[in-house]
Design a binder for this molecule. Structure first.
Ligand code: SF4
Length: 194
């Protein structure tokens, strides 16, 4: 939770990385080491990530890497957001995308706006049914909770394309094939709680 300053109470209760049942084994020491690195030396971590991207792109055809920023956790401060801005600026050939609830922190919005202006970075305001409306102009990712009456019937925003993430219901589809979130087109995405 300390890396998710914008998490709603609903999000904290339903976090898919908050499993304490023991069914899923997370590499928590690695998580904590990464977090320490990000807080204490984001510029150094940025250099490490750029080297990893160069390695990943070598031999790829075409040499383009798509980076989903955070499979869990979130942007926890402006300096950390700026680290991702600098990374994305340094490698405009690569594609980045992320979902964040930290849009609820007003002090972070200017840093987010810099990130959102980059053509190779798609940033979604992540929301659930307990949250308010994200700032105008953002792409939105909405989590639908079928256990809560009414959230099934979430209507698209006027004039904004909206899709249900096909990875959740179509065999063989993943982000590399779908690409809806990676590419700079306007559109919102809906996920089921998982
Ligand atoms: S909508 Fe497409 S790109 Fe976005 S998360 Fe789902 S499969 Fe990936």
């Amino acid at each position: 939770m300390r890396t998710c300053p914008g998490a709603s109470d609903w999000c904290a209760r339903n976090c898919y990385n908050g499993d304490t049942s023991g069914e899923v084994v997370f590499n928590r020491p690695l998580w904590f080491a990464n977090e320490r690195h990000a807080r204490e030396n984001p510029e150094g971590l940025g250099r490490v990530i750029l080297r990893q991207l160069a390695d990943a792109a070598r031999g790829a055809t075409p040499p383009v890497v798509a980076v989903r920023v955070h499979s869990s956790g979130d942007f926890f401060g402006e300096r950390y957001v700026s680290m991702w801005r600098d990374i994305a600026r340094a490698v405009p050939q690569h594609l980045f995308w992320a979902y964040t609830r930290s849009w609820v922190i007003p002090a972070m919005l200017p840093a987010f706006d810099e990130l959102r202006r980059l053509p190779n970075f798609q940033l979604f305001a992540s929301v659930d049914h307990t949250m308010g409306h994200p700032p105008a102009g953002w792409r939105v990712s909405r989590v639908r909770d079928p256990r809560v009456p009414g959230t099934e019937a979430e209507q698209p925003r006027p004039k904004v394309r909206q899709i249900a993430c096909p990875e959740e219901y179509r065999e063989g589809i993943d982000c590399a094939k779908c690409r809806f979130c990676l590419l700079p087109r306007t559109g919102d995405v809906i996920f089921n709680v998982h």
